[in-house]
Design a protein around this ligand. Sequence first.
Ligand SMILES: [Mn+2]
Length: 423
Amino acid sequence: MLNKSQIDAHNEKGLAKHKKGFDYVSGIIPDAEGIIKKLTDFQVAIPSWALGSGGTRFGRFSGGGEPSTLEEKMEDIGLLHQLNRSSGAVSLHIPWDIPTDAKAIKSLAADFDLKFDAMNSNTFQDQKDQKLSYKFGSMQHVDKGVRQQAVDHNIEVIKYGQELGSNSLTVWLADGSSFPGQLNFRNAFNNTLESLQSIYSALPDDWKIFVEYKAFEPNFYSTTVGDWGQSLLYANKLGEKAYTLVDLGHHLPNANIEQIVSLLLNERKLGGFHFNDSKYGDDDLTVGSIKPYQLFLIFKELVEGMDARGLNHATDLGWMIDASHNIKDPLEDLLQSVEAINLAYAQALLVDSKALNEAQLNNDVAGAQEILQDAYRTDLRPVLAEARLREGAALSPLGLFREQKIRQQLIGKRGEKTVATGL
Ligand SMILES: [Mn+2]
């Protein structure tokens, strides 16, 4: 962990330059203070599986100093939160990160000022000592015993979450088929619905369940929760505690994700969000690294849709990064991702929605584009830095991470050859 004087020294060094930038931008935008307030409240959850190096099916290149226990993962997230004061939540995956001593984990979270975001279940791989296999699906399975095993696992995940103070469950299913004729689409859908209903009936009153969809992979012919339409069908049939979860990487190429987001909010059925970026499919790259303009357009719809429904930006939806860090330092990658999310959010807050509405009513197409791009092209990075400065975080989180040689410190403490649990 960093101490306050290290952060202060870093900020002192960059203060003069920061002040120039902030004075300039706060002088040309209408409400810098309003954006700072919203940025301060907005927290992005870090998943417990993102602290180590990810991999592809071709290989995994461990970076060293990876956290090997849940406690060490919490330490890493605590460090991120210290650097940016924007990653104040953790999203746990069961069974990769079972909190065997919930009380101790809770108090550790309190030390780092972290909350527990959505719990994630796993019926996409077989665990040691597991009775039945998920090779041919879990909740869709033709065998009732397999379906029940998947339901029981999810109920167990809810119980872990209750002990920690979480209040939502994310269900992502790998269920589907890889070849035509392998399964009956309607039976697979109905089995999955019945399984989800069993979980839903075990859901505490103040909990939400998020049904995450994905277009393809690991199955390549059909996916049983394959798109937002299928997810919305499940969510509507389940009831008011059920919502669709959008993962940016889970669409077919060129899908208009901003429109999907807008309509789901209109239906009051958008519950959670997984951030990442991609060029082709579920590439799980750093948020904002490939298509930052699309990220801004999505945030513009999120802000407008949440405002139209009277939702609290910070607390009414679950915000999480879901990415895989294959060649970058996972902590550096996460710092970049949080920064990209906050920047897109701030840009969306800057959009002159009144002027845009007028342009739309007048079919002023060029005018509408100008309004959006004016917000997108205003450099709000000094506003983000100012929000961090006021919260006692670093002017440059990545800069301080490197100045303090934190990865080298972690390698010194944990060793070169550590491997975090996960895929
Ligand atoms: Mn996801």
